[in-house]
Design a protein around this ligand. Structure first.
Ligand SMILES: Nc1ncnc2c1ncn2[C@@H]1O[C@H](COP(=O)(O)OP(=O)(O)O)[C@@H](O)[C@H]1O
Ligand SMILES: [Mg+2]
Length: 365
């Protein structure tokens, strides 16, 4: 019997029937993967990136492997070597090879021993590019693509001794040579875009290669209302408050809606549940602001100004001047662009605005 996950469950969804909406994103992802060897999934924390990709891969007929950067980081004690990644891939391959019929392929890779259904990799003899080459050949023969999904990819900057560049070089090599191998990369945006991929950096191995981007956006007002109603209906909970009021407070980031649902079911008091959501969000934001601040003090400053309504290029430039910071035009431009890429802000007709209303409120405090 298949276990159906509740909408209000805190772990990423993996099955299509558990995923609320995201029809368009699923189609977009499919198209992007046909075009681009590397697809980067961006979007705010808890907006549903992992869920989207997991569901997509499980329902597709693509060969696929998932590498969770955080697990890799933790099991390697903070310094990921090619041995760790190799061992990790070995475990993943053992897990999936039966269902995806990869055992015969792997038998032919130097440094891999297959016994029964388990796979052992000998890191000394084995090279990642050999493996990728074999996977590419197999995929090609089966007229399929093989997708390697790196989630929580911000941790991959701890790969090797050059901030993850060795791995990027491998991606670049695959990009140029193995047309049936595809990568999906996701995780915390600050970390992934800024520290790992370093796409704006001319010396990054991936610089200049076409990369697909998919942004997972918060649900609209109506979708969010439907989501909460559906979540409560699913567990048979009769609620005595207006869910629209809740959505006005916390908006459409699905992870927060789930958290509200979970807390409400626990306490049966909507105000307490709301308070818990804000509390959790605040902790997340503080951590993220700290991360941003490490890269530049100017990031949190810009965000606070935008939250206060100082939200055009020239107004921002002036306020920097007013505090004695003579920031250059191109620098300010690139800071804003990065904040936009990380979906903290978006450009509107009337200037920049903070995307997440909960965050905006915290910034104004
Ligand atoms: N489309 C969806 N339908 C139902 N629940 C979702 C959906 N997307 C995400 N969730 C839930 O929201 C929370 C955060 O999702 P997750 O995929 O981990 O986000 P991210 O990877 O962007 O941080 C989880 O509890 C997950 O189950
Ligand atoms: Mg995730």
């Amino acid at each position: 019997m298949e276990v159906i996950d509740l909408l209000f469950s805190l772990t990423p969804k993996t099955k299509k029937e558990d995923l609320f909406d995201r029809e368009r994103e699923l189609k977009d992802l499919e198209k992007l993967l046909e075009t681009y060897p590397i697809v980067v999934i961006t979007g705010l924390r808890r907006v549903g990136k992992s869920s989207l990709v997991k569901v997509f891969l499980n329902k597709s007929d693509l060969l696929h492997i998932t590498v969770d950067g955080r697990r890799l980081y933790e099991t390697s004690g903070g310094n990921i070597s090619s041995h760790h990644l190799t061992r990790f891939l070995g475990e993943e391959l053992s897990r999936i090879s039966k269902s995806q019929k990869l055992l015969n392929v792997l038998k032919r890779v130097r440094g891999i021993t297959v016994s029964g259904t388990s796979i052992e990799l000998n890191p000394k003899e084995f090279s990642l590019s050999d493996l990728l080459e074999k996977l590419n050949e197999t995929a090609k023969r089966r007229k399929k693509k093989i997708v390697i999904f790196f989630d929580e990819a911000q941790y991959l900057r701890y790969y090797g001794s050059r901030g993850g560049n060795d791995l990027l070089a491998l991606f670049a090599y695959c990009y140029d040579n193995f047309e049936n191998v595809r990568f999906i990369i996701s995780g915390s945006e600050v970390g992934v875009l800024h520290d790992f991929l370093k796409l704006e950096d001319y010396s990054s191995p991936l610089h200049g290669r076409g990369i697909g981007f998919l942004t997972v956006r918060p649900f609209t007002f109506d979708q969010s209302v439907d989501f909460l109603m559906e979540g409560f209906r699913e567990v048979g909970e009769k609620i005595n408050f207006d869910v629209e009021e809740i959505v006005r407070e916390i908006d459409g980031i699905v992870g927060y809606l789930v958290l509200f649902g979970v807390k409400y079911l626990e306490k049966k008091k909507k105000d307490e549940a709301l308070k818990e959501v804000f509390h959790a969000v605040k902790a997340l934001f503080e951590k993220e602001m700290e991360e941003l601040r490490k890269r530049s003090e100017r990031y949190p400053f810009i965000l606070r100004q935008i939250a206060r309504g100082i939200n055009t290029w020239s107004a921002l430039k002036n306020i920097f001047r007013a505090k004695g910071d003579f920031i250059g035009d191109s620098r300010l431009y690139s800071l804003l662009e990065t904040l936009e890429k990380m979906s903290f802000i978006e450009k509107t007709q009337s200037g920049y605005r903070i995307v997440d209303p909960v965050f905006e409120r915290i910034l104004r405090e």
